[in-house]
Design a protein around this ligand. Structure first.
Ligand code: AMP
Length: 336
């Protein structure tokens, strides 16, 4: 094990990934944009810091250093968005997780097909504004963290509101589900075949989560429009009777993925859903990697506490899986 190091980009869930790796006995490498290294120094999670000017161009310039260090790279949300899905395939350093699944995650049509085939309930989608017949949420392609999404109740309202975005690069129109957001963090081990539910979160979104602080009349008077810019994550403990359903949903997504890509979906992933008053989950997205909603659980979650006798964050769970793979001569199985 001492031959290997765990590496990731300094953003998103890097603190958790690197801390978890150290807890499992690995040395760690953090690749940092020069002006963003302070947290990684301050919290002491990185044994080595490699500076780059910008992740998007700099990663491939320093990749050989990672290969020489026998580093295993852990992808996270920011990593994929900085590098881009297409260029993920060019990565040569050891990479945890099957890269092929990212293609299914990043393409809205493929993602939808995957989740529907797995038997999940999804919000309806409308292929043109003329078809709108219920409240909808408009999601711009490439929107960073939900910024600029808007709600429309009908076709006319859609055309009125889209005027504010003349240079948009396309959008999806999705049924707006009235309910509460629940993000389920799973871990699937392809070494043991076991699916774990690690934790749940909801997001703290600006301004959606603060609009209720203003009277409805004032909202109308100053023409406030809802936006869903992600700013942080809040822990959630789910009503226990919903847990069987949560396991069932995760399991069917994993089983379906086995038919889609060579090694399937394994490691951390997240189903992002709205839970309506009838307790139906409407899943609107899957993240096939660690999500930032696991960050509140550096010391483990109420659920991991049942299963592990040490604080088990998702970051640490990844490191433990890699450690098990190395120790049992199965590392190749978890790399992709
Ligand atoms: P997304 O960028 O798809 O993760 O969505 C950003 C946020 O918009 C979510 O965290 C939810 O709060 C909200 N949202 C997305 N899709 C829906 C939907 N179909 N119904 C209700 N709220 C949604």
């Amino acid at each position: 094990m001492s031959n290997y190091k765990i590496a990731t980009l300094g953003s998103h869930t890097a603190l958790q990934i690197l801390k978890g790796a150290k807890d499992e006995g690995f040395e760690t490498i953090c690749i940092c944009e020069k002006d963003k290294r302070r947290p990684y120094e301050s919290y002491g999670v990185a044994d080595y810091i490699i500076d780059v000017d910008k992740f998007s161009t700099g990663f491939f310039e320093i990749e050989q250093q990672l290969i020489d260090s026998n580093a295993i790279l852990i992808p996270h949300g920011s990593f994929v968005s900085y590098i881009g899905h297409e260029r993920m395939k060019d990565i040569k350093v050891m990479h945890y997780g099957d890269k092929h699944i990212l293609e299914w995650e990043s393409d809205r049509t493929k993602e939808r097909q995957w989740l529907l085939d797995a038997g999940l309930k999804l919000p309806r989608v409308f292929s043109s504004p003329e078809e709108i017949e219920c409240p909808v949420i408009i999601k711009f392609h490439g929107a960073q963290g939900g910024f600029g999404y808007f709600i429309a109740n009908n076709t006319q309202e859609f055309y009125e509101r889209i005027k504010k975005y003349p240079n948009n690069s396309g959008y999806a129109i999705q049924e707006y589900i009235v309910g509460v957001p629940i993000y389920t963090h799973y871990f699937y081990s392809n070494l043991t075949g076991e699916l774990e539910v690690m934790s749940f979160d909801k997001r703290y979104e600006s301004n959606a989560d603060s609009i209720g602080r203003i009277a409805a009349k004032d909202q109308l008077d100053v023409e406030i429009q809802t936006s869903y810019t992600i700013t942080g994550n809040i822990p959630v403990v789910l009503r226990e009777s919903l847990l069987p359903k949560v396991f069932e949903m995760g399991q069917s997504v994993v089983e379906k993925a086995k038919k889609l890509v060579p090694k399937g979906l394994y490691g951390p992933f997240c189903l992002e859903a709205i839970l309506d008053p009838y307790l139906d989950f409407y899943t609107f997205e899957i993240s096939a990697r660690i999500v930032a909603g696991t960050n509140p659980y550096t010391e483990g979650s109420p659920y991991t506490a049942y299963k592990y006798d040490v604080p088990m964050s998702t970051g640490r769970r990844i490191a433990r899986e890699i450690k098990t793979a190395i120790e049992s001569g199965r590392l190749e199985e978890v790399l992709g």
